[in-house]
Design a binder for this molecule. Structure first.
Ligand code: SF4
Length: 264
């Protein structure tokens, strides 16, 4: 893992991420190295190698948030996981939360149960929510798609423990991929202890050609639906029906680019 130490000019950057006004990226790059990661485009700007093999550590961000206030929700993070393994060593996420004005609205999303380390810090904020990504991929699929992130069971357990600690939590069901994501089961496994569910269908375009090839070559049934507009529309309709019938609180349902990409 290549670690590049850097300094940032500012901590809070404006963002177009739905429901957020600002984003903090204390790390750029992610050790979880998910094959479908939408942040892979960062490799165009940073020539350090394959996505997942490097992380830029912006060491001064904890100092930059000190005594600043921003109105509107701050999202953490958009080009990394704030609780990827390197956080255990550098603790930038923890230091940012320690230094940040506790009146700022914060939304955190991670795939790691390392997030539980900071529960006492979360309690000091007036408005904070912590989400864990849950996609229910069975082990062989997870090994292909996101081999370095903690297991789905650990993430579900983290959601339960956040709830028990009184922290507002949410399950981020993503990416939803036909034949591979059992939405109904995820809802049933998590509904008793999450404040709400947010659903995101795979962004076939942003997932990149390499991931599309992986789907085509190894998960043909999923690829067939993702690459066929009529089949995908029917799938989405069915899933939305499943979601609505479950009578859970829905934070949102995200569908991406309506154009369909078919590998030649
Ligand atoms: S955890 Fe998130 S940011 Fe990290 S590689 Fe996976 S999808 Fe990308």
């Amino acid at each position: 893992m290549k670690v590049i130490k850097a300094r940032a000019r500012r901590a809070f950057s404006p963002t177009k991420i739905p429901r957020a006004r600002w984003v903090i990226n204390q790390y750029i790059g992610c050790q979880h190295a998910c094959r479908y990661c939408y942040a892979k485009f960062m490799c165009k700007w940073y020539d350090y190698g394959k996505w997942g093999s490097w992380v830029i550590v912006r060491e001064n961000i904890p100092d930059l948030v000190r005594s600043k206030y921003v109105a509107g929700k701050v999202y953490m993070s958009s080009v990394s996981d704030p609780y990827q393994p390197i956080e255990e060593k550098f603790e930038l996420t923890k230091k940012i939360l320690e230094n940040m004005n506790k009146g700022i609205k914060v939304s955190i999303l991670t795939k790691s149960d390392l997030v539980l380390r900071d529960v006492e810090l979360f309690k000091r904020f007036r408005n904070i929510e912590v989400g864990l990504t849950v996609n229910g991929f069975k082990e062989s699929v997870k090994n292909d798609f996101e081999p370095y992130s903690p297991s789905i069971d650990r993430r579900i357990d983290a959601l339960k423990r956040l709830c028990e600690s009184g922290i507002k939590n949410y399950a981020f069901i993503s990416p939803i991929i036909p034949k591979l994501t059992d939405v109904e089961k995820i809802i049933s496994d998590t509904r008793d202890f999450v404040a709400y569910h947010f659903f995101e269908f795979l962004n076939f375009r942003a997932a990149g050609a390499e991931f599309r090839r992986l789907l085509r070559d190894k998960y043909w049934e999923a690829y067939e639906v993702m690459s066929n507009e009529a089949k995908f529309k029917r799938y989405v309709k069915d899933m939305i029906e499943v979601i609505r019938k479950s009578r859970i609180k829905i934070g949102g349902i995200c569908l991406h680019d309506p154009k369909f990409i078919i590998l030649k």
